[in-house]
Each structure stands twice: as structure tokens, then as C-alpha cells.
Design a binder for this molecule. Structure first.
Ligand code: SAH
Length: 521
């Protein structure tokens, strides 16, 4: 198509990107790449807001609204205008739309406007909600034995209306599987139309709301019954209707909503940069994670003790690492001093557990000792068993930490230098939100991965007295990573429901999963 204006070339461009159905993991690599480089992003109600985390903070974020039946933040004309304006100003504009932009998304209308204005564009397809809803409800939309054809239909226009674009008479028996977008409001008319046009009234039907998200909700019925089923279950848009024999396969294939932690809301209390492993593992089992970072990690104000140790580092026998943060801040200081791992060549290095040992490898160091028991105490016992009398040991760690390890080593005759390299600062904010979720009983489980996550979490909840603490937290389950964390939970007047045998994130997640499996059987 030829452009109709002679606007000078601005270098701006609009990328119409499919955000996928809901799970932010279902965006394409191309879509993510473009979000990471966007200067303006215009996003819809159905596009998962988590995807906006990929966009540089310096970008302009514009919510275009569009909630079915609700208030539109912009009219379609307004959105078109917005895209043209920003691209004409030379900006890289990402227009982020739910599912696939060209499937019932009015993407083409936006593109037509850009073409008229002579603006460059690109379209990135997305996983459309129809295939996602079917897949995540355990329904293959085609199957050799059941159907060889699928139709995607909008249920937005009432089938009764004269100028309908949909040939319901042909569709009813013409397509094996029929997937209806925006069909909840008109469901009674749609199902009646299909039956009246020859589709068997006992044809299975599934309705899937918020597909591929932690709040996905599916129900199954037949053309005859589904309207009542949906009403009874209180299913509202956004939802898809899937009609056809393939729906029967859900009985066998249903996998998403049957995961052990599906429907569970779990608070993750690690520091933000360390939360990802725990969150990813819990989400894989179906949980919805609420991230409350209870700790903010900062460098210490004074590195004097570490600096002194580093100056004479080859007089030390051991360097011990008891946390990932200790490793990060130790090496940061080492590099700042113009040194690197080679300076540590004459020392032996101990790590408290598997994760710390793994982190040390990133710095080119294989730990000389990792105890069987992943605690400070375990590390002390292993070292003492090998003999530490007169050994010079440096322990880079948090400003405030348990004294067990240095005390045990000193008692065994070692000369221990405790060198603080980082500090935990309880963050402010989000208290009201957290308290409200607790009050409403929206939270199933709290996860604690260290004693300070417990104390800082309680400081954030800030109950007025024991009675209020009981009222807010009494019905919430608690998982603690190890015995010390569990002890802190108990000392705070709460009880521990889940505790793994080994003190790792992976083992904690396994313990959580088996807890819920046992309790749902
Ligand atoms: N372009 C989108 C569709 C937009 S029309 C796509 O390709 O998916 C909006 C309709 O899509 C909603 O009314 C609903 O029927 C469906 N929809 C979108 N996301 C959905 C989801 N996560 N779960 C169920 N239905 C969804």
C-alpha cells in the first residue's frame, strides 16, 4: 500500500506485539527483545503487566484500557492517534496487545492508520488465547480421532442480529472444534443457535477464564447445560468457549489446574534479587507468588576489617562464606581494591552449602569444604573435625548475624576475624497491601528462608498485639528453610508447618509440594 502523506522520515516505528494469553512466559523472544528497547509502550488490559518489567524505566508507559464492557481509557481513534504521534516524533513505540494482535484485536485497524500516516511498522504474532485456553485446560483443539478442523469465532455480536457476519447455520456442523472469543454474555443465544442449526445438544463444551494464569478457572458442560454451569460458577469475561468432542480429552490431559500448588497464594520473603529461584520453582508447581521483599541488602559503611584482612590475606588459612550476599559483597570489595581471585590462592575456602559453593565457581573458585549439614554450625563442625587450633580464619558476612560459627571456631582454638561486608535493612512500604491480604484470608502460605526474613516480615505486618498477630497470621501456613529459621518463627509466637530435611530452596519447594499433596488427598 502506498503512503498518502509526505511526512519526513523520523526514524520512529510502531511494533505491534502480541503479549500472549496471560502467562508472561508465553511472549515471543522477538516481543521481549522489542520491549527491552521500547521508548514508548502502549498496553491493553489483557496484556500481563509483568511484561512491562522488560521495558526500560525511562520509557513512557501508556495504558490504553479496553476492558470488555468497562470504561475505555482511550477510544480506538485515540489509540491510533497516540501511535502516530509518538512514532512521528521518532520514537520506538511498542503497541502491546493481549494474545495475537491480528486475532480479534483490532490490530489491523491500528496498522491501517499507520500506513496512512506513512509510519514504519512491524507485527509480532502472539500465542492467541484460544490455543492457550484449550492447552491449559487440557484440551487439544485438534485430534485425529475427533476433529480435523477448528474455527475461531467472535461471540461479541449477537447471533440473532440480522447483519451478522457469522454463518451460524454452516458453522454449527461445519467445524469440528469451535472456539468462541468474547462469548460469555451471549452464551445462551450462541449455544441455542448451534443446537438449532444441527449440532448435538450433548456436545461437550468447556469455558476457560483467565487462561494460563494462576487464577485460571475452567468448567465443563454440554451445549445444553453450559449456560447454567457458567452462571453457577460465576464465570465472567475474559473467558473462551470451546465446543467439540475434543473437550472430552480434558479428563485425561488436564495438567495445569491439577498441579499441586495450583490456587495457592504464597508469600516469598527473600530479597528481591534472590527471590527468583524460589518464585520460579513454586510457580512451576502452580502457585501464585506474592513477592514481599522484607530485606534490603546494602554494603556496609565501613570495610576496615575486611581491608585489613585483605592486606595480609596470605597469612590466613581459611576464608568462610555463609551466604550468597557475603560472596557478592566480598568480591565487589576485592575488585574495588584492584585485586582478584588470585590473591586468595594461599587460602583454603569453605562454603556453607551447595548454593554458596556454586556461586563461588562463578568467581573461579572451587570450595575446599562444603559440610554435609548446610548451617554455620555444620560448617564449624566439619572444620573442627579437620583441626583448627591456631588457624587464622576470616569470615566475611552480614553486619548482624548469628555468632555460633565464629564462637565454635574460637572455642576450638582458631583465630577468627569477623569482617562485615553487607547489612540487612528492613524496607518500608506495602504494609497496608500486605495487611489487607492477610485480613481477607487471601494468603495460604508464608515462606521464610532466614531468621531475618521472619523478623522483618513481622515488622512489616506490624501487629498491634499478640491477639492481632493471631488474627492476621493464625490461619496462614508457614514454611521455614531450616532449624534456625524455624526457631525464630516459634519464638515469634507462630508455628512451623513445613520444614525440609536439607536447607536448600529446592528441598524447601519439594517439602511444600509434598505437604499440599498429602493434604489434598
Ligand atoms: N487478541 C486476543 C483476543 C482479544 S479479544 C487473542 O489473540 O487472544 C478478547 C477476548 O479474548 C476475551 O473476551 C476472551 O474471550 C479472550 N481472552 C483473552 N485472553 C484470555 C485469557 N487469558 N483467558 C480466556 N480468554 C481470554
Amino acid at each position: 500500500m502506498k503512503t498518502e502523506t509526505n511526512t519526513p522520515y523520523s526514524g520512529g516505528k510502531v511494533y505491534l506485539v502480541g503479549a500472549g494469553p496471560g502467562d508472561p512466559g508465553l511472549i515471543t523472544l522477538r516481543g521481549k527483545y522489542l520491549l527491552e528497547r521500547a521508548e514508548v509502550v502502549v498496553y491493553d488490559y489483557l496484556a500481563n503487566k509483568k511484561l512491562l518489567n522488560y521495558v526500560p524505566e525511562t520509557a513512557e508507559f501508556i495504558y490504553a484500557g479496553k476492558k470488555g464492557g468497562g470504561l475505555h481509557a482511550f477510544t480506538q481513534e485515540g489509540i491510533n492517534q497516540l501511535l502516530v504521534e509518538h512514532a512521528s516524533a521518532g520514537k520506538r513505540v511498542v503497541r502491546l496487545k493481549g494474545g495475537d494482535p491480528f486475532i480479534f484485536g483490532r490490530g489491523a485497524e491500528e496498522i491501517e492508520k499507520l500506513v496512512q500516516a506513512g509510519i514504519d511498522f512491524e507485527v509480532v504474532p502472539g500465542v492467541t488465547s484460544a490455543t492457550a485456553a484449550a492447552t491449559y485446560a487440557g484440551i487439544p483443539i485438534t485430534h485425529r480421532e475427533y476433529t480435523a478442523s477448528v474455527a475461531f469465532v467472535t461471540g461479541h455480536e449477537a447471533p440473532g442480529k440480522k447483519e451478522s457476519n457469522i454463518a451460524w447455520d454452516k458453522l454449527a456442523t461445519g467445524a469440528g472444534t469451535i472456539v468462541i472469543y468474547m462469548g460469555i454474555k451471549n452464551l445462551p443465544v450462541i449455544t441455542r443457535k448451534l443446537i438449532d442449526n444441527g449440532r448435538a445438544s450433548d456436545t461437550p463444551v468447556a469455558v476457560v477464564r483467565w487462561a494460563s494464569t494462576p487464577i485460571q478457572h475452567s468448567v465443563v458442560g454440554t451445549l445444553e447445560t453450559i449456560t447454567d454451569v457458567v452462571k453457577e460458577a460465576g464465570i465472567k469475561p475474559p473467558a473462551l468457549v470451546i465446543v467439540g468432542e475434543v473437550v472430552k480429552l480434558r479428563k485425561t490431559i488436564d495438567w495445569f489446574e491439577t498441579r499441586p500448588l495450583f490456587g495457592k497464594r504464597i508469600v516469598v520473603t527473600r530479597t528481591r534479587d534472590q527471590a527468583s529461584e524460589l518464585v520460579a520453582k513454586l510457580e512451576e508447581h502452580g502457585a501464585e507468588c506474592l513477592e514481599y521483599s522484607t530485606i534490603h541488602i546494602e554494603a556496609v559503611d565501613d570495610y576496615q576489617l575486611l581491608d585489613q584482612a585483605l592486606q595480609q590475606i596470605n597469612t590466613y588459612d581459611w576464608i568462610l562464606f555463609t551466604s550468597l550476599n557475603a560472596i557478592t559483597y566480598f568480591f565487589k570489595r576485592l575488585y574495588d581494591k584492584g585485586m582478584d581471585s588470585r590473591a586468595l590462592a594461599s587460602c583454603r575456602i569453605g562454603a556453607v552449602g551447595r548454593a554458596t559453593a556454586e556461586a563461588l565457581r562463578q568467581y573461579g573458585i572451587c570450595a575446599d569444604m562444603v559440610p554435609d549439614k548446610f548451617t554455620g554450625e555444620g560448617l564449624a563442625e566439619s572444620l573442627i573435625a579437620g583441626g583448627v587450633a591456631q588457624s587464622r580464619i576470616v569470615l566475611p558476612r552480614a553486619l548482624k548475624a548469628m555468632e555460633t560459627l565464629p564462637e565454635m571456631l574460637a572455642d576450638a582454638g582458631a583465630k577468627v576475624t569477623v569482617a562485615p561486608v553487607y547489612q540487612n535493612i528492613p524496607p518500608k512500604g506495602r504494609k497496608a497491601e500486605l495487611r489487607e491480604q492477610l485480613q481477607q484470608g487471601d494468603i495460604d502460605l508464608l515462606t521464610f528462608t532466614s531468621s531475618s526474613t521472619v523478623t522483618n516480615f513481622l515488622a512489616m505486618v506490624d501487629p498491634a498485639d499478640e491477639q492481632e498477630q493471631q488474627q492476621l497470621l493464625g490461619n496462614v501456613q508457614i514454611a521455614a528453610i531450616g532449624p534456625i529459621t524455624a526457631e525464630t518463627v516459634r519464638k515469634s509466637g507462630l508455628s512451623v508447618d513445613i520444614q525440609p530435611d536439607k536447607y536448600t530452596i529446592a528441598d524447601m519447594v519439594t517439602a511444600i509440594v509434598s505437604h499440599y499433596r498429602a493434604n489434598t488427598k
